[in-house]
Write a protein that binds this ligand. Structure first.
Ligand code: ATP
Length: 306
């Protein structure tokens, strides 16, 4: 009986995970490709999240036993504060996010949310306490209304409109042929990258989680769009514990703490000004980005004058 129970239960939780979290995680984790290695502890109860404090204590982790990807990572995000993860590609930023979502269990150390070890609570309850805005949001072939409502299936039309307003996409939706009933997705109206991101923000506003994970888009949107989206993001993150995987440093100048990762280790940490003052990895990343932006601006100016 025991032998039979384990695989069935495993399959059950895998299936539920796909159903409930597929869209939340979208391209960020590509759940279907990940091995589902994690199962709920026997007798695990739901997590209770009131303040949304996140703690990583001496966390080490590797996908394969022979290679550690995160080494002794320790940080705390106090309730309502924002932490930003920066560092070169492959440094382990997304791995931190995946561990908090408990797609994998840590090798050593622990991860606490409001003081509860995430290993000891149900995955469903953990994931419903966390909102995710991925780099690239996948839409259902369904109405724009349903696509927003997915954040909380019990939401009323008034809730949906309020969320759309908060994400600054309501007015845009009213310009669509069938307004909120307009079909979107692969087989319907194709939305722009910025619009899809707003749908993800609206979903998260509806879900109203205490913790938000934000994987910043790498592909640059135009500056005005970006500035407008930033305002919606700020609204969404206000008073929520937020972890940002940042690709453009300009968006994290006001983060409460910036962690600079390299090869899975936190090499520098602190606020923007502090890190600039240290003249280390972060400062040189900052200079590089400024150079890039300056080049971009001058090439735009050149193309405008010629
Ligand atoms: P990027 O900025 O490019 O998204 P990142 O800092 O988010 O990079 P991670 O995605 O956390 O980096 O990856 C850290 C390391 O772990 C990389 O070397 C990557 O190749 C490795 N890695 C990621 N996922 C897996 C996996 N499922 N199996 C084995 N190794 C993996």
């Amino acid at each position: 009986i025991v032998q039979l129970y384990v695989p069935l239960n495993w399959f059950g939780s895998y299936y539920r995970a796909i159903q409930k979290n597929f869209v939340d995680m979208e391209n960020m984790f590509d759940l279907l490709k990940e091995d589902q290695e994690v199962i709920d502890a026997p007798g695990a109860g739901p997590i209770v999240v009131k303040r949304g404090t996140v703690e990583f204590n001496n966390v080490s982790f590797g996908y394969l036993p022979e290679k550690l990807i995160l080494k002794n990572v320790t940080f705390t995000v106090p309730s309502g504060k924002t932490i930003a993860l920066v560092g070169p590609s492959g440094s382990g930023k997304s791995t931190i996010i995946r561990l908090l979502f408990r797609f994998y269990d840590v090798e050593t150390g622990n991860i606490l949310v409001d003081g509860q070890n995430i290993k000891t609570v149900t995955q469903d309850s953990l994931r419903s306490a966390i909102g995710v805005v991925p780099q690239d949001t996948v839409l259902f072939n369904n109405s724009i209304r349903y696509n927003i409502k997915y954040g909380r299936l019990t939401a009323t039309d008034a809730d949906i409109i309020e969320a759309a307003r908060g994400a600054d996409i309501h007015d845009k939706i009213l310009t669509f042929v069938d307004a909120y009933d307009t079909q979107v997705g692969e087989r319907g109206l194709r939305l722009s990258g910025g619009e899809k991101q707003r749908v993800a923000i609206a979903r998260t506003l509806l879900k109203a989680p205490q913790i938000v994970l934000l994987d910043e888009a790498t592909s640059a949107l135009d500056t005005q769009t970006e500035r407008n989206i930033q305002e919606s993001l700020n609204r969404m993150c206000a008073n929520r514990t937020t972890i940002i995987v940042a690709h453009r440093l300009s968006t994290i100048i006001h983060a409460d703490e910036i962690l600079v990762l390299q090869d899975g280790e936190i090499m520098e940490r602190g606020k923007h000004e502090h890190l600039i003052g240290q003249d280390g990895i972060y400062a040189s990343m900052w200079r590089q980005q400024l150079d890039k932006d300056t080049n971009l601006i001058s090439s735009l100016e050149n193309s405008a004058t010629h």
